[in-house]
Write a protein that binds this ligand. Structure first.
Ligand code: NAD
Ligand code: IPM
Ligand code: MN
Length: 349
């Protein structure tokens, strides 16, 4: 009996999202020709055309019929409210319950790191960002909007279940991947309710993993340590907003947003893979966006599909391009998006 070919829902999205995903799909087709890539037209153009963001019925199909979702980026200056991006991106994360946002910070080429005298052995950490609660749920409200007395409240939601499962995922990863330490980062010195919960749950879960060292840093200090002493950081677990912020910082340690991939996971279920960067309206349509983050993200997806050897080939090819200066303009090169994709393709062996 043959197993059915895995189906991948491809959502190019807005701006450079579509440009970089085209290159990621070329690499996927070369390495895993059995994958069935099916494109979905969701993004700003579609929203402006007919008001569609992400239909529940599509989400249901993704849940039951697809192995993974591969997404470019969402965000368009013509939709200042960002409603379509929230519906599609946050909607997928929340409704598919993709509670792990896994964001590796791994330097491939020492020359791409903005820190003095740091190499790949110094910048090798992975962030477990909570992805379904925190400050992202939209709980809150506005009162007397547009008046001098107006009030705006954005509530941070932290549930014991939500905090526990992301912390546990970080420890499980550490065990499975031979990592030494899990560091939890919060702001419990100022946020006495939610982050006190993080403190207590972290200690409880850590007690179940005596072989893994634990550490805590307030998030302001974590930001400093990522720059001052990245070699001391290993597995990091934090909440939704802090994880968002520190992974843009982490992206720069690897050489920029053009090199940072990410996965939105719920073990055992359909998961979503996207670069850390956004739609970059400042360079969209120019054909100069770096496709490497999207290509590395495709590699993460292949590992998730049980093909880690293919991810290793992608990482090797991207490293070879970086070392040979086969890069797009933001890294000082002259290649177009398509040429950079081609350069990676040619070095996959
Ligand atoms: P951004 O990540 O799009 O861009 C930040 C800067 O990095 C820009 O100068 C951009 O040119 C550069 N950059 C990003 N990716 C690059 C690449 N692959 N190659 C070369 N340069 C790259 O962040 P932003 O400008 O704050 O956001 C633009 C839009 O994207 C907003 O609407 C935002 O909400 C959205 N956004 C979406 C996602 C997502 O869909 N996952 C992530 C972040 C931001
Ligand atoms: C990301 C993005 C999103 C986030 C935005 C577009 C809502 O910045 O994926 O990092 O904050 O999660
Ligand atoms: Mn972000």
């Amino acid at each position: 009996m043959t197993t059915p070919a895995p189906r991948i829902a491809v959502v190019p999205g807005d701006g450079i999202g579509a440009e970089v995903l085209e290159q990621g799909c070329r690499v996927l087709q070369a390495l895993a020709p059995d994958l069935v890539l099916e494109s979905f037209d969701f993004g700003a153009d579609r929203y402006l055309r007919d008001g569609t963001t992400l239909p529940d019925e599509t989400l249901e199909r993704w849940r039951s019929e697809y192995a993974a979702i591969y997404l470019g980026a969402l965000g368009d200056p013509r939709v200042p409210s960002n409603v379509h991006a929230r519906d599609i991106l946050l909607g997928s994360r929340f409704k598919l319950d993709l509670f792990i946002n896994l964001r590796p910070v791994q330097l491939l080429d020492a020359r791409r790191c903005p820190l003095k005298d740091r190499g790949p052995e110094d910048v090798d950490m992975i962030v477990f960002r909570e992805n379904t609660e925190g400050l992202y749920t939209g709980i809150g409200g506005q009162f007397k909007r547009g008046t001098p007395d107006e009030v705006a409240i954005e509530a941070e939601m932290n549930t014991r279940k939500g905090v526990e499962r992301i912390i546990r995922a970080a420890f499980e990863y550490a065990v499975a991947h031979g990592r030494r330490e899990v560091l939890m980062s919060d702001k419990s010195n100022a946020m006495r309710h939610g982050h006190d919960l993080w403190q207590r749950v972290f200690k409880e879960v850590a007690a179940e993993y005596p072989g893994i060292r634990t550490r805590h840093l307030f998030v302001d200090v974590l930001a400093m340590e990522m720059v001052r002493a990245p070699q001391t950081l290993d597995v990091i677990v934090t909440n939704n907003l802090f994880g968002d912020i520190v992974t843009d910082l982490g992206a720069v340690l690897q050489g920029g947003l053009g090199l940072a991939g990410s996965a939105n996971l719920h073990p055992g279920r359909v998961s979503l893979f996207e670069p850390v960067h956004g739609s970059a309206p400042d360079i969209a349509g120019k054909g100069i966006a770096n496709p490497m983050a999207a290509i590395l993200t495709a590699g993460m997806m292949l590992s998730f599909l049980g093909r880690p050897a293919l991810e290793a080939r992608i990482r090797g090819a991207v490293r070879a391009c970086l070392e040979a200066d086969l890069v797009t303009p933001e890294l000082g090169g002259r290649l177009s998006t398509a040429q950079a994709g081609q350069a990676v393709l040619e070095r996959l062996e």
